[in-house]
Design a protein. Structure first.
Length: 189
């Protein structure tokens, strides 16, 4: 496990500088890993790598602080999931629903209930209740975290530590819900 984590750290150091698409590489390096679009990222990603203090109440972070979260195989799985959703949640889309103000676009995150239902219906006509329960657990936890977004965006001096204290158990709840999906019959990270 330590070798995998070490290899991932080395890989990410190269990946962020050599990703083939220049637009994607710029977006990842200049925005996503630095928390510059907090209004677009899932809250659990915004809080990743940020230690609230009097010196940093804005939620700024660096790629190395984000990556420091990855200390074992479990956190590696969670990091990739959170990074994926941050990127997916902040890319430009042309569809009208994407432009809606204050919308909750669950198709911008994985797992997605709608795509799961569609795939299950197209193949068998039946959906595993355990699979849907796992996805709903993740969505329930994610919605609780999303309710903190206005507070994060309007953070006032002296509030960062209190907000982090409120958010920490919600992030843990989401992490556990996500990890629990691997034991519910088919939904795997």
């Amino acid at each position: 496990s330590a070798a995998i984590v070490d290899g991932f750290h080395r890989y990410m150091g190269l990946f962020v500088t050599m990703y083939p698409c220049p637009y994607c590489r710029h977006h990842l390096n200049e925005y996503v890993v630095r928390n510059k679009e907090k209004d677009l990222y899932p809250v659990e990603y915004v809080l990743l790598g940020w230690t609230p203090s009097a010196a940093d109440e804005e939620g700024t972070t660096t790629p190395s602080l984000k990556l420091a979260y990855v200390t074992d195989a479990t956190r590696l799985r969670l990091f990739v999931w959170k990074l994926h959703n941050a990127v997916s949640g902040s890319i430009e889309r042309s569809e009208e629903w994407y432009k809606a103000t204050d919308s909750i676009n669950t198709s911008r995150y994985w797992p997605n209930v709608y795509s799961t239902l569609h795939r299950a219906g197209a193949h068998s006509g039946a959906v595993s209740a355990a699979r849907i329960a796992g996805i709903l657990d993740v969505l329930d936890s994610a919605v609780k975290l999303s309710l903190l977004r206005p507070s994060i965006l309007a953070l006032q001096p002296g509030q960062a530590a209190e907000l982090a204290e409120i958010a920490a158990p919600l992030v843990d709840e989401l992490d556990q819900a996500l990890l629990g999906t691997g034991s519910r019959g088919g939904l795997r990270l």
